[in-house]
Design a protein around this ligand. Sequence first.
Ligand code: AMP
Ligand code: MG
Length: 345
Amino acid sequence: MWNMTSGVDEAAMLQAGEIIRKGGLVAFPTETVYGLGANALDAEAAAKIYAAKGRPSDNPLIVHIADFSALEAIAEEIPEAAMKLAKAFWPGPLTMIFRKKDAVPYGTTGGLDTVAVRMPDHPVALALIRAGGGYIAAPSANTSGRPSPTKASHVADDMDGKIDAIIDGGSVGIGLESTIVDLTEKNPVILRPGYINEEMLGKIIGPVHLDEALLKDDPNLRPKAPGMKYRHYAPRASLTIVEGEAEAVRRKINELVAQESAKGRQAGIIATDESAAFYSRGIVKSVGTRSEEITIAAHLYSILREFDELEVSKIYSEAFETPQMGQAIMNRLIKAAGHQILHAE
Ligand code: AMP
Ligand code: MG
């Protein structure tokens, strides 16, 4: 484990880059979540990512670049809308889908003819990409199905002994994975909501829509991003979201937690700074404050991991339909809950 919480350690970075160039695995911080990196142009190296994570082989990887010129080497066609979005949001938490060039092996794209590309906004990530040859395939650095890591210790919990190195860059800033936009079809589609929301994208390229399959709970609709069909981010205890008017939600959660207590079991509650004091039983954790929704995004995954360590019988969470990041936060929370949602009256 290298510590780069206070900046890039150039000597260690050369060694980390060498691991990537030789086909090894290095976990590293980005502004969204920690990534598990390998050389994206080396199919054998990419295969090691799938093995370490236990990731289904049809779930493609995002290729991370550090320079605009790198895009031309891997994307067959760069639509004008993509150029505009790159100028507006790169480096940053936006991934775009392109038709791939032959340089990108199918082992990186899960067999697809398209490739997902992002330029992360983190000095350690950018330095590692450059030191490692310019193209790093990196999914989140968690065991498949577990919450994504937002601190180096989360990575170590899942990956120790399975990968070559971890770079500690402290806690990440955003805490949810990048927004994914597909520009390969006529109308741009959001395949995964993130910090960069519909409105922000719309201001640059006009109307953008969310993949329908993400909004509806219809098993016949297949999400366009292969990874979105899998249960993700799941804590060990069963998680239920309780939505509705604030007071009704608090009442309902208190009632559900009391039912657990009556059976001699301890439930967990995901609350906010505004609501935590209203819960009288169970283990209450505040995920952040509704007045600064980024705090909710930043702590969501670590709270799910904390509850795993506490071995609670059930977890109840408030819903977080906040104005800017609500779509992204609820998309992850609903997946973590395996779609268990109660409406409080
Ligand atoms: P992760 O890196 O673990 O956050 O997951 C990457 C996400 O990007 C998954 O949901 C993938 O399905 C999606 N993705 C990667 N490449 C493509 C692609 N070529 N087309 C559509 N979705 C993609
Ligand atoms: Mg992931």
